[in-house]
Design a protein around this ligand. Structure first.
Ligand SMILES: Cc1ncc(C[n+]2csc(CCOP(=O)(O)OP(=O)(O)O)c2C)c(N)n1
Ligand code: SF4
Ligand SMILES: [Mg+2]
Length: 438
């Protein structure tokens, strides 16, 4: 893009600044404009992202793009904008208040080294709301919220960015002659850059704490927070890393996996929602998977979900399967068409669902589990005599076979093929034996 010849990046029609007399915010904004001028950046290449507070009034003073959002979140917007269009130069203007409120975003942006520039207008208080103490308020300072002096350790913003891996970290003041150059260096660093710019809120912090430019510099010395460039690393930015990963991923072969080709057909003409309700250890989820896989092999659409307690191997185990001739747009089941109750834990867990079933619904129940509170028709799971000895260990597979035949969902061979395709050979052998009994 062509270099810009603009003399200033301040939108003259929006001047004067709405800041109180002597407020340092205007000085820093002029430095930002001077920096953009030095870099001859086309204004359409630059996005100024402002946080909330007096500093948040700033974006409208620029002829660049602008984005203004919630307090403490400016870095997140900026990171998103940069990801969306890595060619943009994205600069965040935020206060010390925003750094406290959005501290998590700040340290994670430093860690990921996302390629945005953060300029912190650090005036040691919440200017806009009346000078309340912020994350950087010096110890013993008087503010409306610390009437007897602040007792909190002030947050070291530059230090936080530095220890969390920020690529370019500096501390400066609004009075530094070379602030525009420092901003340009920060903006040209490939990675996260932050300048913690100390300055004066003349309306509140200055008057309450007798804190002028000289006192600010003395304070800086007294707590050993030196100014200037504190860290510059050549760690690549998040955007560069992301691009590299994308390139690597695009060269990789797609992951091999099981493809369930249509081999059978089904006469099913409307969706059917099936819930298998059992207990941990009964392989209920596997049985749900078998039904879903067999339906897929029969050219149907399916969804399947499993529900069990966080502490597995105990309590209920529920499988929900939707089988449909049309795409399944909602995988939830509010009112099953069919429920199979195979353990008390599952029966109790799905009480709400069985209660919701109407007289068109079918509830199949294992021995002793019938007579639930429902309008649905209740039928015993009548496994053949030959299968009786398998009921204790393999009731879920037996139920899958039983339902396939009872409901005529798809050919029984599809269920057997599903067993062969999706189960480990040893388990498949057992289940094929079990299905042969139904
Ligand atoms: C989440 C949230 N908390 C509180 C506020 C109220 N609020 C508006 S401006 C402001 C203080 C801003 O202080 P700072 O970020 O340091 O900017 P300054 O006004 O000093 O430039 C606060 C607390 C808010 N807008 N959003
Ligand atoms: S309240 Fe403080 S930060 Fe806000 S404009 Fe006035 S001097 Fe500046
Ligand atoms: Mg502030």
């Amino acid at each position: 893009m062509a270099e810009s010849e603009l003399e200033t990046y301040i939108a003259e029609e929006n001047l004067p600044y709405e800041f109180c007399p002597g407020c340092s915010h205007g000085k820093v904004l002029s430095a930002v404009s001077d920096s953009l001028k030095q870099q001859k950046l086309n204004p359409t290449e630059v996005v100024i992202v402002t946080d909330i507070g007096c500093v948040g009034l700033s974006d409208k003073y620029f002829v660049t793009h602008a984005f203004h959002g919630l307090h403490g979140r400016a870095i997140t917007y900026a990171s998103g904008i940069k990801m969306g269009n890595p060619d943009l130069k994205v600069v965040v203007l935020m206060g010390d208040g925003g750094c406290g409120i959005g501290g998590h975003h700040l340290l994670n942006a430093a860690r990921s080294n996302t390629d945005v520039t953060v300029l912190v207008f650090n005036n040691f208080n919440f200017g806009m709301t009346g000078g309340q103490h912020s994350a950087t308020t010096p110890l013993d300072s008087i503010t409306p919220t610390t009437s007897f002096g602040s007792t909190d350790a002030p947050m070291d913003i530059a230090g936080t960015a530095k220890v969390n891996g920020g690529g370019f970290v500096a501390r400066a003041t609004a009075f530094d002659e070379d602030l525009p150059e420092m901003i340009s260096k920060a903006m040209n660093h490939d990675g996260f850059s932050l300048i913690d710019i100390w300055e004066l809120c003349t309306a509140y912090y200055v008057v309450r704490n007798d804190f002028g430019r000289k006192e600010m510099m003395n304070y800086m010395d007294s707590i050993n927070m030196e100014s200037g460039l504190l860290q510059k690393t050549d760690r690549s930015s998040f955007q560069t890393n992301y691009k590299n990963i994308q390139e690597q991923a695009s060269k990789q072969k797609p992951m091999g996996g099981l493809v369930l080709e249509t081999k059978f057909s089904s006469d099913l003409d409307k969706p059917i929602r099936i819930v298998l309700a059992g207990a941990a250890g009964q392989k209920v989820v596997s049985a749900g998977n078998l039904l879903a896989a067999a339906a897929t092999l029969s050219g149907l659409w399916t969804s399947r979900r499993a529900d069990f307690p966080i502490t597995i191997q105990t309590g209920f185990s529920v499988a929900e399967v939707v089988i449909s001739p049309e795409p399944v747009l909602y995988s939830g089941i509010m009112k099953p068409d069919v429920a199979a109750l195979i353990a008390p834990e599952g029966r109790d867990k799905i009480t709400r669902l069985t209660r919701a079933m109407d007289k068109t619904g079918l509830i199949y129940f294992a021995e002793g589990l019938g007579n639930v509170d429902s309008k649905a028709k209740q039928l015993p799971l009548l496994f053949p005599k030959s299968a009786q000895k398998e009921i204790r260990k393999n009731i879920s597979a037996l139920t899958a076979g039983y339902l396939t035949q009872e409901l005529g969902l798809f050919p029984f061979e599809a269920l057997q093929e599903a067993v062969r395709l999706i189960q480990k050979p040893k388990i498949a052998e057992i289940n094929l034996g079990v299905l042969a009994l139904t």
